[in-house]
Design a protein. Structure first.
Length: 294
């Protein structure tokens, strides 16, 4: 048994406008765009559930209520399906124990750090997880998901953990970047963090890949966090201020990551997951081969 407080809550910042996917996201939240037949947000929520997390906290904004509807009971749909003898199992992953889906609003887009801070009253005084749904982390066959790997590491070392991956050095300016210390297996000490540094000033090519386990003190740090990169209140800046006072490690995920915040990453994820599906993989492969040959 681990002596560290368990991770029971996960925060999902989903207030973003999704402008990169317009016009698709004019009336539909980006997080509900499907990868094959599940909305993007479902993958992140499933990943959290697999890691033993019970409460899902969505930081939403205007025009985002459909995300909450997705995790509710769809009475008319379910009744009609039942009457027609259809299998309701397809809806299982969108069901939750009453009270375990919680929403707070971020009224003004002021950055990721501000979005997380909006959840402070719900998070309370316990360590919690954050999952950015844009970053799709897919487990290897038979392996565990990114958050489950992080919780396993947390049970050993406690403190704060972020997931990292290596990108070509010229791409680091779009991300939070770590200054790595000593490594042992998948774990690396974090000596510093910088949000969206110019390429020449980046301390490494290891970027924060959208999964965090943080101690509640980060909320107090965010309280006094000024604006950073892009004029926004950055989570990375608040975490950087905690280094030295609290344990801080990064975990390199064993699995695959798709950047679903970009259109090409989204299409790549769709193709990769469709190709792996038992019910359609072979057909998609022959379609893809035909299209490439044309
Ligand atoms: C956010 C974080 C950044 C992280 C990235 C991962 O940036 O601020 O540190 O590397 O997510 O996708 P954003 O994509 O919101 O600009």
């Amino acid at each position: 048994m681990s002596t560290h407080k368990p991770i029971r809550k996960a925060v999902f910042p989903v207030a973003g406008l999704g402008t990169r996917f317009l016009p698709a996201t004019k009336a539909i939240p980006k997080e509900l765009l499907p990868i094959v037949d599940r909305p993007l947000i479902q993958y992140a929520v499933d990943e959290a559930r697999e890691a033993g997390i019970e409460q899902m906290i969505f930081v939403t904004g205007r025009g985002k209520t459909a995300i909450v509807e997705h995790f509710d009971v769809a009475y008319e749909l379910e009744t009609t399906m039942e009457e027609r003898g259809k299998d309701l199992g397809v809806l299982d992953s969108s069901r939750f124990t009453p009270g375990d889906i919680i929403t707070v609003r971020q009224q003004v887009p002021m950055g990721l750090g501000h979005a997380i801070w909006c959840a402070r009253a719900i998070v309370g005084d316990e360590p919690f997880a954050i999952l950015l749904p844009d970053e799709m982390m897919v487990a290897h066959k038979g392996g565990t998901g990114c958050m489950a790997q992080m919780v396993e590491a947390y049970n050993e070392v406690g403190g704060n953990l972020i997931s990292v991956l290596e990108v070509p050095h010229e791409n680091v300016a779009s991300y939070g970047v770590i200054d790595p210390g000593e490594s042992s297996g998948a774990l690396t000490e974090v000596n510093g963090l910088v949000e969206k540094p110019p390429v020449a000033e980046a301390p490494s090519n290891k970027i924060i890949s959208g999964r965090y386990i943080l101690q509640p003190e980060v909320m107090r740090t965010l309280e006094t966090q000024g604006k950073g990169a892009g004029g926004e209140i950055q989570l990375t800046d608040a975490m950087a201020r905690m280094i030295g006072n609290q344990a801080f490690h990064s975990v390199t995920f064993e699995g695959r990551r798709f950047d679903c915040g970009s259109k090409t990453g989204f299409v790549e994820a769709t193709l990769a997951l469709a190709l792996e599906r038992d019910d359609m993989g072979a057909e998609i492969r022959s379609i893809a081969e035909r299209l490439l040959a044309e």
